[in-house]
Design a binder for this molecule. Structure first.
Ligand code: PDD
Length: 295
């Protein structure tokens, strides 16, 4: 039976209930995180918890758990639930209010939910099965604080649905200035010649943990020029390679964009190099953990 953590208790998922007066349900008033865990070890967890702190303080909810308490909850759920690799979903809402009022009452207890789902993840460098993804570009319909990982995801849901209906796997969002912001649930990189560019962190995009790691893995390599800069829709269409990144998708090559091939339409060499580094980094952490499991 799948276990979840709800407000201090580990319970069966089907018994986990939240009031209809929860402000998460009424107003999408809350924040969330998605953290991959390999061999039951949460990956880049300190970075995810730091982003959670940022999201919660930005919407003025006090983090109900200390970092060490979050880690204990993750460990217990990962051990109880099945899946060699899992993804952890956590959500904090402002809590259950006595009535529906945009203004929040003082002294609410935040609602805390943590759950895990099995994750099909590779930890090797065999990319023989890798196929490019398809993407469309579409207008970015979202608000001005996309740097907050807010549970209010209606525009993202509509973007993803639009991609699906156009036969594509992801929607790449274009702002009013004709610049790329990010994907419906991912960050975007382009490669042109030896330049690898990705939009800068700031309010129009979510500062992805995977994005940061990709930058870390590439930034001191003299073979590439890594730029955090605005990317126009035109540059996106003319790129040699386009990638999208997220904690659950890792780094995915996009080979068809708006029904046209990206570059030569094949998964590109810079992607292979970057994806190998990424997998090696994960393997190294997994090996360190297996040799030295935390006591
Ligand atoms: N989404 N941008 C948006 C809008 C996202 O929703 C996500 C991730 C990212 C990538 O962030 P990270 O590398 O930290 O996963 C960028 C998660 C996976 C989700 O909503 O399920």
């Amino acid at each position: 039976m799948t276990q979840v953590y709800l407000n201090g208790h580990f319970i069966n998922q089907q018994d986990a209930m939240v009031s209809v007066m929860d402000r998460g349900f009424m107003f999408a008033d809350g924040a969330y995180e998605v953290i991959p865990a390999f061999y039951q070890v949460p990956f880049r967890v300190r970075q995810h918890l730091a982003r959670l702190d940022f999201s919660l303080s930005s919407i003025r909810i006090e983090n109900p758990l200390k970092h060490e308490e979050w880690l204990r909850v993750f460990d217990q759920l990962l051990a109880q639930n099945s899946g060699e690799h899992q993804s952890i979903y956590l959500q904090v809402t402002r809590g259950v209010a006595p009535d529906r009022n945009h203004l929040w009452p003082k002294g609410l207890e935040p609602t805390v939910l943590v759950m895990t789902t099995p994750l099909q993840m590779k930890l090797d460098e065999d990319f023989s099965h890798v196929q490019g993804m398809t993407a469309i570009t579409t207008e970015d319909l979202r608000w001005k604080r996309c740097d907050i990982k807010a549970i209010a995801l209606l525009p993202n849901v509509l973007h993803r649905q639009r991609a699906e209906e156009a036969g594509a796997d992801e929607a790449i969002l274009i702002n009013e200035q004709g610049q790329v912001t990010e994907g419906s649930s991912s960050n975007v990189f382009i490669v042109k010649g030896n330049e690898i560019a990705t939009p800068p962190k700031g309010m129009p995009i979510l500062g992805g943990i995977t994005r940061d790691l990709v930058i870390e893995l590439l930034q001191f390599d003299v073979n590439y020029q890594l730029s955090e800069r605005m990317v126009s829709q035109d540059e996106l269409h003319k790129a040699d390679e386009v990638w999208i990144t997220s904690s659950t998708k890792e780094i995915c090559p996009v080979t068809i964009l708006d029904k046209q091939p990206v570059g030569d339409g094949k998964v590109g060499p810079v992607w292979y190099e970057t994806a190998s580094r990424y997998q090696r980094y994960k393997q190294q952490l997994a090996t360190e953990y297996r040799e030295n499991p935390p006591t």
